[in-house]
Design a protein around this ligand. Structure first.
Ligand SMILES: Cc1cc2nc3c(=O)[nH]c(=O)nc-3n(C[C@H](O)[C@H](O)[C@H](O)COP(=O)(O)OP(=O)(O)OC[C@H]3O[C@@H](n4cnc5c(N)ncnc54)[C@H](O)[C@@H]3O)c2cc1C
Length: 389
């Protein structure tokens, strides 16, 4: 692996860095004060600025209207996105890589408006009885003439305030068979009801509501990627999302360190800089080791993905990056809050916001325990040397 990013990737990273520092970070406090709900015109402004900065749809293939960034380029960008709190990167137009499976008509209706910042979608898999264990999913899709009729309940459906469609997973009922399938469902479809919109630990631009689907009728053309394709599409998505999380956690640690070192080298107590107390500087040194290790794990996994390595190995490597990055970032946020003392407990301090926000990275897109299950299986099936190497 080449440890230097190539010039186009460095340019992209610098562009993302400028966008984060000049456009997104100045909105952090306003977002926090407004409970995550920025005025609609601000959202429109941010989306327009992201398109102008050339950051929209980076993960989507060029054939789908995206920019076709490599996995390593995506990681280089997400390392920068992790340096803003409030999940403000959600305003960058685009979509989950699952939308690369849209057919021509679906592309016109969903993907193209997403890339223009006019629509945005969610991905609804989790149900009340099925989180870590997808075998327990119960939502169904039953054929009725030219349509499918969907029933089920979806939880934690992450989307921006103005999100207006979901990709919902439901099992197509075919005799005894249950074929996991994805459907594009508009939020205004009759029978789709928002059941509850809870607040969470973090203050994010995205919401995570619960929806009930009660006899929601969609045409067969709403199927994304074919009947029975949901699991293989989800696997592609998990790898990408876990790399993005590893990268954002790395970026968060970098910013936490910058804030912590700047504060500790300026703050004087007992007549000395607190940085000169090892009780303060050693946790920062440990955080630097965590951040550097997370960056290498994530970039290495992305590089393997780009090199066409065995998909199962890449899956395990993405789990390693997500597990280590999310656990490490959580530790770093706690340490840096401590370095700030009472000021670290104020919501206007980014360290405080990170402490609340980074917690979910150990839960979503597969909990830390599920990443360990994946890694442990890979150790047995693919061998220690390949997983660790
Ligand atoms: C803010 C937020 C946003 C989310 N966004 C989305 C979204 O957009 N779309 C979506 O579909 N889902 C989303 N999720 C759901 C998320 O992916 C699930 O919460 C997660 O996969 C865990 O499922 P669960 O909450 O049902 O916990 P459970 O699966 O019930 O797990 C509870 C505990 O048991 C542990 N556990 C379970 N199985 C094992 C095992 N085999 N070995 C060891 N420990 C185990 C877990 O690690 C966890 O600690 C979101 C969740 C949150 C909190």
């Amino acid at each position: 692996m080449d440890y230097e990013l190539d010039p186009p990737t460095r340019e992209l990273r610098e562009r993302a860095r400028r966008f984060v520092r000049e456009v997104l970070q100045p909105r952090e406090l306003e977002l926090e004060r407004l409970g995550g709900r920025l005025p609609a015109e601000v959202g429109r402004e941010l989306r327009k600025a992201a398109i102008e900065a050339g950051l929209a749809g980076g993960n989507l293939p060029v054939e789908s209207g995206g920019q076709g960034w490599s996995a390593l380029q995506q990681v280089a960008v997400h390392e920068q996105l992790g340096q803003v709190t409030g999940g403000l990167w959600t305003f960058i137009p685009g979509g989950y890589n699952i939308l690369a499976h849209t057919g021509e008509e679906q592309r016109r209706r969903y993907l193209e408006p997403c890339l223009r910042g006019e629509r945005s979608g969610s991905y609804a898999i989790t149900e009340p009885g099925a989180g870590s264990d997808p075998r327990a999913l119960t939502a169904t899709a039953v054929r009725d003439g030219k349509d499918y009729v969907l029933n089920g309940e979806k939880w934690f459906v992450t989307g921006a305030d103005d999100c207006d469609f979901m990709v919902a997973q439901a099992a197509v009922v075919d005799g005894e068979a249950r074929l996991p399938t994805l459907f594009l469902v508009d939020y205004d479809a009759p029978g789709l009801r928002l059941r509850h919109d809870p607040d969470y630990t973090h203050t994010f631009a995205d919401r995570h509501p619960q929806f009930v689907l009660e006899d929601v009728r969609v045409p067969a053309s709403a199927i994304l990627g074919g009947i029975g394709a949901a699991d293989s599409i989800a696997n592609e998505w998990f790898v990408e999302e876990r790399l993005h999380i590893g990268a954002r956690c790395t970026g968060a640690m970098e910013r936490l360190l910058e804030l912590g070192v700047a504060w500790a080298t300026g703050r004087v107590q007992f007549g000395e800089r607190i940085y000169d107390f090892q009780g303060v500087s050693f946790p920062l040194a440990d955080s630097a080791a965590d951040a550097a290790a997370a960056r290498h794990l994530t970039r290495h996994a992305a590089w393997l993905a780009d090199s066409g390595a065995d998909r199962k190995l890449v899956h395990a490597k993405a789990s390693l990056a997500k597990l280590f990055g999310s656990e490490a970032a959580w530790r770093c946020a706690d340490r840096v809050v401590q370095v700030f003392g009472g000021r670290g407990y104020m919501r206007e301090n980014a360290a405080e916001r990170y402490l609340r926000e980074l917690r979910v990275d150990r839960i979503w897109e597969g909990t830390s325990e599920i990443q360990r299950v994946i890694i442990a299986r890979a150790l047995e099936k693919r061998g220690v040397e390949r997983v660790v190497g």
